[in-house]
Design a protein around this ligand. Sequence first.
Ligand SMILES: [Zn+2]
Length: 136
Amino acid sequence: MHKVKKIFDIAYGHRLFNYIGKCGNLHGHNAKIEVNLKTPQLNAENMVVDFTLIAAKLNKWLNENLDHKVILSKKDPLLKILRDEGQECYETSENPTAEALAELIFKKTQEEFPIVYKVKFWETDSCCAIYEKEKT
Ligand SMILES: [Zn+2]
């Protein structure tokens, strides 16, 4: 089995709505995202996937959707207030936890690269959420 990993960095703001604790306050993170792909058979270029290709596709989506955006639950009233002020926000169905963002990025990656098997979302240097494909 061949495996590769590509790392991305984003900055974002968020808060957890209806959450008691400091994460209920609007705050920001510099997150590190590890995207892991694997295949038993290398492609015609003798690669799992061209790093340039995955960087181009995922950087585009991350830049347009998450990087330097405020990520909020659709249930959060702050979403409307910030949008009315011209702030670029990304809306999630539930609270934008590291777990939710790991799953979101996994699913977006999977649309272009079905061989993705794990995404690690480092919210801080010591807090990481992992979303991975279930063993089949
Ligand atoms: Zn946070």
